[in-house]
Every structure is written in structure tokens, then in C-alpha cells.
Design a protein around this ligand. Sequence first.
Ligand code: URA
Length: 259
Amino acid sequence: MRLDRFLSGQTAFSRRELTERIRSGAVTCNGTVIRKPDAAVNPGTDAVTLLGKPIVYSEFHWFLLHKPEGVITAARDPKQKTVLDLLRPEDRLPRLAPVGRLDKDTAGMLLITDDGVTAHQMISPKHHVAKYYLAALRDPFRQDYISAFRSGMLLREGGSEEQCLPAECMQIGERLAVLELHEGRYHQVRRMFAAAGNHVENLLRVQIGQLRLPPDLPKNDYLPIFNKDVESALKNSDISEVCAFCAQDYSSYWIKTGI
Ligand code: URA
């Protein structure tokens, strides 16, 4: 593969910027400076550096963002700050897009990738990948939410009513609940609790499949993730394990973050 092509797939620099950097001697391959943009490299075996940093080949790129409230889930927007604006310039690779959607007012785990096929698998209801939310409620949790959510809530969609897929729900505090969803309807968690007569004051997505929002990852920050993490996001989990994780690591989340 051409050196400039290899680098443009792995960095956020334009082809022109890369050509300039290669010509100026900023790129090495197996320890030797390479100044020709069309030099051949083997992405699987050659050790390439740019400005002294190793460039590890990966066909696709994944980031796990701790989305804050107040930022919209979109790749770009003329007026509002988007989740992609939270990436450092060197990570703004072409074709990155958020995997699914979190509302502007919802915080928590959002994956960003340029792997459209796997992203689709993660969000399509057909694949049943579970998403877990921690919800802080206005009024105390009631046990009847469990059977109501399990039997498929009816939510108003436009002029008609649509039945949600069965959802699991468990209480972990007087006004704190964990919810497991297998689909992503507009404002779904908020609308399900509203239909049950309560109100979601704050919402945090804590887990996708078996992939957890790292408790030490601050809001606005993100990490690159790799194959094993993506695979764990596609695996089944269990709501009682998510509840234990939340009770230990996230039950004081909104107190700590001051909301
Ligand atoms: N449900 C909501 O209400 N909001 C989200 O962002 C995700 C699920």
C-alpha cells in the first residue's frame, strides 16, 4: 500500500498535509526516514512513525466517549456543539460517526466509529444488543414498573401508539433505576417512565452489551477502544450485574458531578 494512503487512513491529516510531512522527513518506516509519498509499505508488518509517534494499522477506528449533557449526537451541526467536536483534531478521522443516539440532555457511553457495518449491528433491534441506562427519577420507584416495562410499553408515535420491545428494569435506590433496552426510540427511557407516571430527572447510559462506561473516564473525555471491547459490546449481559456495577460505581454519579 502507498505510504500516503496508509497514513491518510490512520490519521486526521489531509493528503496534502501528509505529502508535506512525508517530504519534510517526519515519517519513518522500520527506522528509516522515507520522503516519497508513493513508497510502498506493508501495513501488517512495517513499523511506521509520524512525527515520532508509532502509527498502528487498523482497518476501523473506535472511540468510547463519556458524553456530557448539552452536546448533540450528530457528526456535524451548523449551530450546536456535536459529539465529534469533542474529539481532539488528530482523532477526527474521515467517516467517523456516532453509533446510535443519546439525547442532548442524556450523558454516558457513546461509541464513535468508522465501521458502519458493526455500528449497524449494535443499533439494529434485530440484533438485540442491550443498552443499559441509569435513571434518576423525580418520584420513588414503583415495583409495578417492572411488569409494565416487561410487557412492552405503549408509546405515542405521531398520531398512533407503538408498542416497545419488552424491557427489563430494576431498582437500585429509592429514586434510582437501571433499565435494559434492545431498541432506541426517540427519548425512549424518558417516555417510558413518563407513561408510567414518573419523570426522569437525569439519565446516564452505563453499558452496551458487556462494555461498561469506565468509572474513571471523566465527562467530555474519551478512549480509543479495540476489537475485544467492540466484541464485548456485542455480547449479552445481565441486568442484575449492571445493577451491582451501578450501585458500586455510579449511584452517587449526579452528586459527584454536581447536577
Ligand atoms: N432514552 C432516552 O430517553 N434518551 C436517550 O438518550 C436514550 C434513551
